[in-house]
Design a protein around this ligand. Sequence first.
Ligand code: CA
Ligand code: CA
Ligand code: CA
Length: 400
Amino acid sequence: MRKTSKVPLLFLSILFIGALVALALGFGKKEKVVPEGGTIQVPPGFEAVLYLSGLERPTSMAIGPDGRLYVAQQNGEIISISDADGDGVGGDKIVYATGFDLPLGITFVEDTLYVSHRGKVTRISDEDGDGVGDKQEDIIIGLPVGGDLHQHVQNNRIVLGPDDFLYLSIGIDIETDAHQGKSEESRGHQAEEGRLGLGEETVELGVTDKRSGTVIRFRLDGSKENIYATGFKNPLGIAFDDEGNLFATDNGPHNPDGPDELNHVIQGANYGYPNRPGKQNQPGTVPVVVELQMNSSSNGFSFYYGDQFPEEYRGNAFIAQWGSADDPALGKRVVRVVLERIDGGFRGTEEVFATGFEHPITTLVGPDGSLFVADLGSLDPERKRSGAIYRIFFKASAND
Ligand SMILES: [Ca+2]
Ligand SMILES: [Ca+2]
Ligand SMILES: [Ca+2]
């Protein structure tokens, strides 16, 4: 683990020294340093390269209508990156927009970028075409967010559905314990009173909002908002497959240990939290597609429909597992979930795909079929610019 955490620093050092050498020798802009994937391990035939480093805790990615890679960062900035010289590594960086409070989800619908940030969904467009957003409008405000104990719990990812509704996943700002066996009735009763029980403990919720721990959907202008599915703890990733089925990851309860989950999200269904983690579904709740590594913080993901990876990867979900602030052995990897249909639903298997990251937070398939992985970087406040984007690609010629 010590080795892993040093990697980005090493990359930065190489970049920095390389840049100094280039300047000193007068090579100017043409001299480029292309870092290799270093200790990112990928299956035979694949390769990982550092696409861009020095990012300030990237959280979410989207491909723009201009083909550029847009990245939201924890500092409230949304930047765009391109690979203008075509060497496979990101180069120029433009700040598209700033001032968001913890943006965790971005997605484009045609020319408009939708941003999910703390309590709000905002849409931005670039009317004058200079690459910088200039028209901005909040379409949803007042979404439930975590209190002091759970400041990072809020509205997470946003994706466009086949029905032209935007789907948004929202965490719940409590750490209720499934093993307490709180009934739906008791939970509902306490929720009405603005609090939820934790055995002897009680956590004040502040404002109770039925949208906590759900997936909601709304029209592109924010109208017709409604709750789509309930019973999630912190669904940090949502994505549609190519047949229009919606899936969501969910972080399991930390105490007692319960697995993280990948769920097939059906309208009106309940996914069990806080009463039943993982497979322990009760009547009226939907079984998980696959239980994922416990406490791995299974986060953003995307389905692979590119034409670069071998056929057996097509339709796989590539899930970034952020890891744990307490246990460096957990997560810190990208897993591949192979899905199969069963009785109208899905079942999946979790396989490790790529390792060696610091805190990978989401994946995205690029226009050329490469898989981008956003790594939030180190949790050390001194190293907040250690975030990076990696690009994983398949080398068709190298069949080792
Ligand atoms: Ca480049
Ligand atoms: Ca503009
Ligand atoms: Ca569940």
